[in-house]
Design a protein around this ligand. Sequence first.
Ligand SMILES: Nc1nc2c(ncn2[C@@H]2O[C@H](COP(=O)(O)OP(=O)(O)OP(=O)(O)O)[C@@H](O)[C@H]2O)c(=O)[nH]1
Ligand SMILES: [Mg+2]
Length: 418
Amino acid sequence: MRISGPNTSAVLSRICSRRSFAPHVQHLTVLRDEAGATVDQVTVVFNPQPRSYTGEDLAEIGCHANPIVVERILGVIASTGLARRAAPGEFTMRAFLNGKMDLVQAEAVRAFIESTTDAGCDMARRLLEGGLSSRIKKLRASISEILADIEASFISEDEVVAAEELAARIEPLAAELAGMSGDACRGLKVYGGVTTTIAGLPNVGKSSLFNAIVGSDRAIVHHEEGTTRDVIRERVTIDGMDFLFHDTAGIRTTPSGPEQAGVERAIAAVKASDLLLYVVDARVGLQPHESQWLGLGGTTILVVNKIDLVKEPAITETGYRTVMVSAKHSTGIDALKSAMVETFRPANPEVFLDRHAHLLSEASRHLDSCLSALSQGMTLDVASIELSGALRALGAITGESADMDILEQVFSRFCIGK
Ligand SMILES: Nc1nc2c(ncn2[C@@H]2O[C@H](COP(=O)(O)OP(=O)(O)OP(=O)(O)O)[C@@H](O)[C@H]2O)c(=O)[nH]1
Ligand SMILES: [Mg+2]
């Protein structure tokens, strides 16, 4: 647990048997309650300001991890009257307010702690390292410069700026922002894992494909149709990216009983997925009535299975990416995995939080409006308003122009103790 703020030293001296704590060194000490009874033997690291997480005096106390002991220690600390329990995210909020990190990095801390996927952890770590923050700072600096030139032209007649010249300076910035905001959608999916559904007609080899990808005989495979009735799930990490696979019952239009329920679940799974692997039998290809299932989910990859049984697979041109496999012999599975990763790997892996995505697209819209105002020969006032809008949106990402409401919203989503 942590204590932070100007009273940190005073609290330590009231509750610990040790009198002094050399900075940044781990000390073993006995922690006592008000009556002098030992509560636990603990380790304490004292980090004086400004070289601490919060930028203020901060002590890290390591105790035996029994929740009862933790509660007792919290009680002892509170009984000094010099400290209170921290609000959610309060340590990180103080770090932000003391200039230890910007808002993006503060959010990265939460994203790092909460991530449930490999790719998510990597993305959050990169965000914490400040790549996105420095890109945004550079964009803000360039926009501010342009804005300053426009404003100078309002004041002095000698400082004339041509609309074409301004547009030429804004265009690359607009393109960069559009790229960042367009990629955010992929980033959001990759952060939480890509929901992937394997669907197709009965007996085409969906469960065989599922097993080949998962790498174990997780689903039952059988030569009879209607083997899979319920949706089977498994999480697989491919090249650092997480895919949440769902094997489904074969879709057909006239099933009855439990199979019909299975088909309904299959269709619901397809609709809820980011990625649909639609499987067809290489001997038959895609039948006309099947095209209704393609494109129901997010992105579709057509998987032509059982290529070991034919010389020339029957392929219909669908416009969807197509991969040939033999699930039974594990042929083409690596190519399929690469296609999946390629489809979803974001070019800007730092943009994966809703708030950033939203503000980036707002900034991007302002720059686009600025460009169209310039091309339509509108006054530079309009351009300057749009540029200011873009600056504000970008500043809200890093926290430079974030108001208290935004800060409260961001930090209230943290868990206590961070
Ligand atoms: N030769 C060959 N047979 C395959 C291949 N993939 C699957 N099969 C066979 O096709 C049959 C059906 O396979 P499943 O994986 O159960 O097919 P499914 O699409 O899950 O079937 P349902 O759950 O009933 O809709 C089994 O006999 C598999 O061994 C393949 O690549 N080559
Ligand atoms: Mg099956």
